[in-house]
Design a protein around this ligand. Structure first.
Ligand code: PHE
Length: 346
């Protein structure tokens, strides 16, 4: 038996010596030292030995096992070191090579305008709210004092999905939602930026555009609050010298209603091609919230008054950045979009 053990060990040592790589070593370890390995098989035969011989044979096996284990580990280390050297040589990094350029996108002009408006109104205590673009006839029109068949619906040519659902034509649809959602009927101060849709398409109109709505409801809100708010709004966005002009107009959900013009920021009001020689540019719709709208959406018009306004963000962005065709805003032309990184006008 001692002879047999010695043979196994000698074979193993020879094989370890010949092993060419780590995989071969692994196989050798399994073959000789594993649970089903050759030494284990020998140990199984120990039950037939005398009690004097058993510890001698056992000790011998363990000594060889230990020796083989050491040899294998030693050789594994050599292979690992060799592999490391190979990698270091082959995968050398040339730190002097020029790096690949990191390209950065730029903020879309519309998002710039929206963020500026949000910052301003949040600083005045307003909440920024949104609502669904696929809207019901009820919220887009009926709850804003525009029952079915009302002639003022003609001002907003619409994309109907069914007779009850349409793509919202105005962010005013969120007015009714905000009033109904406020179950305690406490004061409201919100702005609603978002996408709107109408059936139009030319240089100054797109079938999809963006509006921002403002709504304030509280006790003792007057037209003076509306005027002051719009003055701050327009001067912040278009320059401190901007003047406002209120012209009487009609919206079914406000009474009285106004179209609000701003003094032309290109010529300062003298008259130029931008303002068509009038000195004024029409920019907002606004008015005091109609008592019917308050009542329909749960607010007592005897106790509360409010104002609302709405304006087109695309037009604002066009004026602010001197963009001549609204459709540029939607063409995703990187050459166009990149310009605005360099020209943030405050
Ligand atoms: N929603 C109106 C429009 O799109 C604008 C507006 C908003 C007018 C709020 C009055 C009050 O034309």
């Amino acid at each position: 038996m001692e002879e047999q053990i010695k043979n196994i060990a000698e074979n193993a040592i020879k094989e370890i010596g010949n092993a060419q790589n780590a995989n071969a070593l692994y196989d050798i370890r399994v073959k000789y030292l594993g649970k089903k390995g050759e030494f284990t098989a020998v140990l199984r035969g120990m039950k037939d030995l005398s009690s004097e011989q058993r510890p001698i044979i056992g000790g011998m096996v363990n000594k060889y096992k230990e020796e083989l284990e050491n040899l294998i580990t030693e050789k594994e280390k050599q292979f690992a070191e060799k592999e490391l050297q190979r990698k270091l040589k082959e995968e050398k990094v040339d730190v002097t090579l020029p790096s690949t350029k990191v390209t950065r996108g730029s903020k879309h002009p519309l998002n710039r305008v929206i963020e500026e408006i949000e910052d301003l109104f949040v600083s005045m205590g307003y909440d920024v709210v949104d609502g669904p673009e696929l809207e019901t006839d009820e919220y887009c029109f009926e709850r804003l004092n525009l029952p079915k068949g009302h002639p003022a619906r003609d001002m907003q040519d619409s994309f109907y999905i069914t007779t009850e659902y349409l793509l919202r034509t105005q962010t005013s649809s969120v007015q009714a939602r905000a009033m109904l959602a406020n179950t305690e009927k406490t004061p409201i101060r919100i702005i609603v930026p978002g996408k709107t849709y109408r059936r139009e398409d030319d240089a100054t109109h797109s079938h999809q555009f963006n509006q921002v709505e403002g709504l304030v409801i509280d006790e003792n809100i007057t037209l003076a609050h509306l005027k002051g708010t719009l003055e701050v709004f327009m001067r912040k966005l278009l320059g401190e010298k901007t003047e406002l002009r209120f012209r009487p107009s009609y919206f079914p959900f406000t009474e009285p209603s106004y179209e609000v013009d701003v003094s032309c920021f290109k010529c300062g009001g003298k008259g130029c091609n931008l303002c068509k020689q009038t000195g004024w540019i029409e920019l907002l719709g606004a008015g005091m919230v109609h008592p019917n709208v308050l009542k329909m959406n749960g607010y007592d018009p005897e106790k509360y008054t409010g104002f609302a306004f709405g304006t087109g963000l695309d037009r604002l962005a066009m004026f602010k950045y001197g963009i001549t065709d609204m459709r540029y805003l939607y063409r995703n032309d990187v050459r166009f979009l990149k310009q605005f990184d360099q020209m943030d006008i405050d």
